[in-house]
Design a binder for this molecule. Sequence first.
Ligand code: 5RP
Length: 274
Amino acid sequence: MVPAYLDIGIQSRMNRIINPKDNRVVMLAIDHPYFQGPTTGLRNMSKTIKTLLPYCDCLMTTRGAVRSNIAPEDVGSKPIMLRVTGGNSVLNEELSDEKITVTIQEAIRMDAAGVAISVYIGSANQQQTILNLTDMINQAEECGIPVLAVTAVGKNMARDLRYLALASRICQDAGARIIKTYYCEEFSRVVDSVSPTAVVVAGGKYSSPPDALQMAYHSVQAGAAGVDFGRNIFQDDNPIGMIKAISSIVHGNHTVKEALDIYNACLPGASRLD
Ligand code: 5RP
């Protein structure tokens, strides 16, 4: 049913990010250097993008990465979820000290499909990061650009249902159109607590193909719109096999075993990314 009034700009970009045919998305997170610097798998960012771009639905990355590392012929081939907060580094004890780093005009100029902001609930900079989110939502919504809120988890926070539901709900109430959070036990309760806002799941540190695929499987079974995985894809020995396997779970409702078969079929000739 067509609603009486559609926010066309927002809906158009949401449709580029999350496939409207199945309401699912495989987003590839490659924004790590904004606070980690050189990152295994992203040292040769151009190669990583060239290798994995065909298999993701959307690329979550930074202004510098878009400008410097997407081959001219690939520009526009996949929607960009542009990270627009930063200002911290791994050398800081407190990672939450982030501010908005990219203007909405720049996001428009770069044809971003959406903009991503980290929020650190319970941290020393909680208010600052929530106001980063609300300020950007105020500007981005005027321009028809959806905002993705990342529930970043500080060192002292537990990645459990109570915390993630709290953080996700605060992001939804601020007006985020998509929420990126972490998987936890009883994850469907996190998804339910922000329904109907779309939820994508971060992968976290590199684990193993079966563990990462299990996480993707349980996330979508719990109602997530998909994943926004990074290290579990680009740090794997078989990155193309991994992203294809994840996509088969997210878009094809494959089981973990079926997805592992896809992963294994890509193993011969697979090579690591620098
Ligand atoms: C950090 C981020 C990163 O993009 C994301 O969480 C990293 O992805 P992964 O954990 O799967 O490597 O938003 O706040």
